[in-house]
Design a protein around this ligand. Structure first.
Ligand code: ADP
Ligand code: MG
Length: 400
């Protein structure tokens, strides 16, 4: 078991310089935060530390700046937004390391927080440079990794900093958000209550092959919708018209279907249109009646009901990837109704987990997010956990 921040007595935090790696990688427009979900998700840990009297140094990346500092990727607007949310000034240090950072840390009083500049302005972050990690570690004696969204990357500000902190006799622990993500995406799925049903969708199979394989070893049913299902329909020898299909994955889909047998559940019918666009006239067709000019944009009503029956019966449900092009209303019903059914199942006592990215946004759009047991804040990291991969940002933490 890895050590968590919640395992530490808050009385032991007063006066200590604590480095916190959070995921403040939010969308910006004209220097303003347009979606602050990730900032909000980081507040629990930051509040706990500040209220306990720790001196908090916050690190995060933002975007993928290449080749050094780029003003449009600066965390300065995030510091302002964070100050508003925490109702206290969070000074922004325009550097990631160096004398200015050290001076700012020396000025900290108990309960203060500062935010450093985007870690990815330093080439050593993504390169996991041990010297960079060591210079951060030297600032304090406790590292809290709360950046679930970046935990699947071995970077200097994630696993590197944990290693460096432990090497110099300090501790590296999981923050409250990371702890909660692991509780639902790792622990809960180790010995799931059955029936265990997974629902996968989205645009592509290719990024999710390992997830499909890992889930098929564990689940009672794997329901597949979205464009991902098209490749399977093709593997069954069906015509998918002009729908999105990954031709180079059809053989792989055949293998998966053969191995999975009846545990794999595919759409029975589809919503099709000439074009996937707003207001397009649509038809519902059986899966073996898709015409050469059709594009599949959503699962059909028979499939919706068939999937809903499986979800209602389940005790554990994991969902990743929308059932259709839910961004467009005429293709949204499959995804919206799955979100509602999952919310009902959760209220009836099932454990329901949504694996981040667009499916989390779909649950928001369906207005059921609060009713789902857990919606992950990390797309890539949640997929890696579902694929059974141990995250570098977690592996490197101190043992409890
Ligand atoms: P997530 O972020 O939840 O992991 P993905 O990124 O894999 O999901 O896929 C989401 C995208 O898949 C959405 O933008 C959605 O429009 C698209 N999609 C779903 N079904 C279809 C379809 N039938 N045809 C084209 N695109 C689809
Ligand atoms: Mg996505």
């Amino acid at each position: 078991m890895k050590k968590n921040l919640s395992d530490i007595n808050p009385a032991q935090l007063r006066g200590r310089v604590v480095l916190v790696r959070t995921d403040l990688n939010v969308p910006l427009e004209d220097g303003r935060v347009t979606d602050d979900q990730r900032i909000r998700a980081s507040l629990l840990t930051l509040r706990l530390l500040s209220e306990a009297g720790a001196r908090v140094v916050v690190l995060s990346h933002l975007g993928r700046p290449k080749g050094g500092p780029r003003p449009e990727f600066s965390l300065a607007p995030v510091a302002e937004h964070l100050s508003d949310l925490l109702a206290r000034p969070i000074p922004f240090i325009g550097q990631g390391v160096g004398a200015e950072v050290e001076a700012a840390v020396a000025r900290l009083e108990d309960g203060d927080l500062v935010l450093l500049e985007n870690t990815r302005f330093l080439a050593g972050d993504t390169a996991n440079d041990p010297d960079l990690a060591a210079s951060w570690a030297a600032l304090g004696d406790l590292f809290v990794n709360d950046a679930f969204g970046a935990a699947h990357r071995a970077h200097a500000s994630t696993s590197g900093l944990a290693d460096a902190m432990i090497a110099r006799g300090g501790e590296a622990v999981a923050g409250l958000l990371l702890e909660r993500e692991l509780e639902y995406l790792e622990d809960a799925l180790l010995e799931p209550e059955r029936p265990f049903v997974a629902v996968l969708g989205g645009a592509k199979i290719s990024g999710k092959i390992e997830v499909i394989a890992a889930l098929l070893r564990k689940v009672d049913r794997l329901l597949i919708g979205g464009a991902m299902a098209n490749t399977f329909l093709r593997a069954m020898g069906l015509d998918t018209g002009r729908s999105l299909v990954e031709e180079d994955r059809v053989d792989m889909a055949k293998d998966i279907m053969r191995d999975a047998g009846e545990r794999l559940v595919l759409p029975l019918d589809c919503v099709v249109a000439d074009e996937i666009e707003r207001g397009a006239p649509t038809r519902v067709v059986a899966r073996d009646a898709v015409q050469p000019d059709d594009r599949i944009g959503d699962i059909g009503p028979k499939t919706i009901e068939h999937f809903a029956e499986q979800v209602r019966r389940a005790r554990t449900v994991v969902w990743n990837g929308p059932m259709g092009v839910f961004e467009i209303d005429v293709f949204a019903e499959g995804t919206m109704s799955l979100a509602r059914t999952l919310a009902e199942a959760c209220e009836a006592g099932a454990l329901g987990v949504i694996g981040g990215g667009d499916s989390g946004a779909a649950a928001e759009k369906a207005d059921v997010a609060e009713r789902i047991t857990h919606i992950s804040t990390g797309g890539g990291a949640s997929l890696e956990l579902l694929a059974g991969v141990r995250l570098p940002g977690v592996v490197s933490l101190s043992e409890a």
